[in-house]
Design a protein around this ligand. Structure first.
Ligand code: ATP
Ligand code: FE
Length: 317
């Protein structure tokens, strides 16, 4: 009914990334007015609420603790149940704000801190079948963006720049043909940075749009190839593309094409406005958990490294 987002990107830009202490301070300053605005915009009062959902991980511990403390206070003061939500389940459940998720489902979660394929055989079961072994896709975008002189977060501007260039550099596609569903982006990031530094040393001007296009093509190739292969091994009704990097136009176009051409799976692209971090997606996951009777009490604590389970491999005889 409302989705209030307080952004603090400007405070972090001069550092080239999120500074945890600065993030915590901004959370303290903003949380009360965010809650007030959300209620006002939705035209509801505390009495109209059924529960309070809150992210308890993964993420920065200081920021998580502020959200958890605020949620506990509201839940206690208004005698409402408290529902603990995994941030990544939130990214995936942004899809539920468009249409009910159909199970079994698969999610490709690509964000600032994560790149993983999550298999969901039934509602409220999240099993990782593959993940990045080093950098997340969004992190790689932000780091190569810095080399191109683009401010944090660089994902969107690099995406736009890529659409004006060609894939001329042929950067590595790590693990593309490996027999697993894992990813690796640090080699690509290094190849990119080395190419730019080498050109700088010999005073050669490289075409920035071509650099961006070549980087983006390498990221998209691996993400799409691995996802298509995962869908062959785990046939599902629906693939959900979620997380901040799910806003990438090149990735959305490529997956739309490949999923239709190579699989029988329906693709659900999380709407652009719900790809980046927001509270509505946590509400959507919270509503699902509420139906499954998941509740937390006043002992709820932040879990910065909270993870989904790994899919158990079938027993070998
Ligand atoms: P996590 O969800 O893993 O904890 P996070 O919450 O910091 O990490 P998100 O807010 O989900 O990350 O996503 C932010 C990331 O998405 C940034 O790295 C940003 O550069 C990237 N991003 C945003 N738009 C695009 C785009 N169009 N193309 C590529 N990357 C993008
Ligand atoms: Fe996120």
């Amino acid at each position: 009914m409302s989705n209030v987002v307080a952004t603090q990107i400007k405070s972090h830009q001069r550092f080239g990334g999120v500074v945890p202490e600065v993030a915590s301070r901004h959370h303290i300053e903003q949380i009360t007015s965010c809650i007030k605005d959300a209620l006002t915009q939705a035209e509801v009062d505390y009495d109209d609420l059924s529960a309070v959902a809150v992210t308890y991980g993964p993420g920065l511990v200081g920021a998580l603790l502020i959200g958890i403390t605020a949620a506990k206070a509201v839940a206690w003061a208004h005698q409402l149940p408290l529902i603990p939500v995994n941030h990544l389940a939130g990214h995936i459940y942004a899809a539920q704000l468009v249409a009910p998720i159909e199970f079994p489902a698969m999610a490709l979660v690509v964000s600032g801190g994560h790149t993983e394929l999550v298999y969901m055989p039934v509602e409220n079961k999240f099993e990782i079948i593959g993940e990045t072994r080093d950098d997340a896709a969004g992190e790689a975008y932000d780091k190569i963006g810095r080399v191109l002189g683009i401010n944090y977060p660089a994902g969107k501007p690099v995406d736009e720049l890529a659409h004006r260039g060609q894939d001329t550099f042929n950067f590595p596609r790590a693990m593309d043909h490996d027999d697993n569903f894992d990813f690796s982006f640090s080699g690509l990031k290094s190849a990119f940075i080395n190419t730019v530094h080498h050109a700088d040393q010999i005073h050669e001007q490289l075409n920035k749009a071509d650099l961006a296009a070549s980087f983006q093509q390498a990221v998209i190739d691996v993400l799409s190839d691995k996802t298509v292969r995962a869908l062959r091994e785990f046939p599902v009704k629906q693939l959900i593309l979620a997380g901040g990097v799910a806003a990438n136009k090149g990735l959305r176009d490529r997956l739309t094409h490949d999923i239709q051409r190579f699989t029988n799976t329906k693709l659900e692209l999380v709407p652009l406005s719900l790809c980046g971090d927001n509270a509505a997606m946590i509400g959507a996951a919270g509503e699902m958990l509420y139906r499954h009777d998941v509740r937390a009490d006043a002992r709820l604590n932040a879990d910065p490294g909270l993870e989904f389970e790994w899919l158990k491999q079938p027993q070998q005889n």
